[in-house]
Design a protein around this ligand. Sequence first.
Ligand SMILES: C[S@@+](CC[C@H](N)C(=O)[O-])C[C@H]1O[C@@H](n2cnc3c(N)ncnc32)[C@H](O)[C@@H]1O
Length: 208
Amino acid sequence: MEYDKLSKRLFAAWYDLLNSGVESRVVPYRRLTAGLSLGRTLEIGGGTGANIPFYPPGIDLLTVEPNPHMARRFIRTSRERHADATIVSAIGESLPFADDTFDSVVTTLTLCMVKDLDAVIDEIRRTLRPGGRFLFYEHVISQDRRVGRLQTLANPFWKFATTGCNLDRDTVGAIRRAGFDNIELRRFSLSVGVPVITIPNIVGVAHA
Ligand SMILES: C[S@@+](CC[C@H](N)C(=O)[O-])C[C@H]1O[C@@H](n2cnc3c(N)ncnc32)[C@H](O)[C@@H]1O
């Protein structure tokens, strides 16, 4: 329990620094997700507020973030950027919002960290209004079975080293299982870390 509290605090303290090595390469995908949101928008796992500069002016932004140390940083970023955003302490698996509430739901680099991927995507589907859009940028398991098996083998070590990130999430499968049948998707690879590893990524939109 104490370990959990400490790892949350450390993750929040180090996140921007750890991310700085890849952030310039992630910016195009923030533009294709946060940047395309419209109307009443929910971000799941707002983190330190890295997407705030990319949200279009005039949207009604709400984020859920369960890590209080991240939430403090999110609030600081929104103040610095003069952004009007509401933050709610909750988890994506159990969103405290009515059905059909949002025009857009955004996740960036969050679905690798949630405990129950299918439950989170079911909640996204439930809270999006008909015609609303789920905009996602995530890293995922490879379509190449051999590479996918390696990702699963390496996952326990990766998860420990990153305090909770999973390398082998079948996020596209979970989006389909939740009942999204109109999905536009681009797959690409991003190299990170020392030694360098290449990770499969997806960016896209699923229409409710
Ligand atoms: C890797 S960070 C990404 C933050 C931000 N979206 C970005 O692009 O920089 C993942 C975030 O998801 C949050 N998170 C973890 N589990 C969650 C859950 N079950 N529901 C909602 N957010 C969660 C973490 O606290 C963290 O802030």
